[in-house]
Design a protein around this ligand. Sequence first.
Ligand code: SF4
Length: 100
Amino acid sequence: MTYVIAEPCVDVMDQACVAVCPVDCIQFEEGVDRTLFIDPDECIDCGACEPECPTAAIFPEDSVPGDQAKYTELNALWFSDKDAARAMLNEITPACRAAP
Ligand code: SF4
């Protein structure tokens, strides 16, 4: 399993989770990405990040809300194709959140 960063992180990116992850598997590109991503191949499922998030954006994979299910695929995609993940995020994020 893995943990997943979902919609409440988009355009917020508090980053408190990054500091507590013991395997440094929460990543993003500063100034480019609109959200953080968890590498599903590196996450050890420790759960340390979940309570740190001020917007409650982090879920165990099997608890991701149904209306945010695509974020599981999105997190994994970023680690294989960053451009595709960024395009996918812009598609699945409500227009009001996508505005600069
Ligand atoms: Fe990192 Fe643990 Fe969160 Fe996985 S569950 S992203 S290993 S802090």
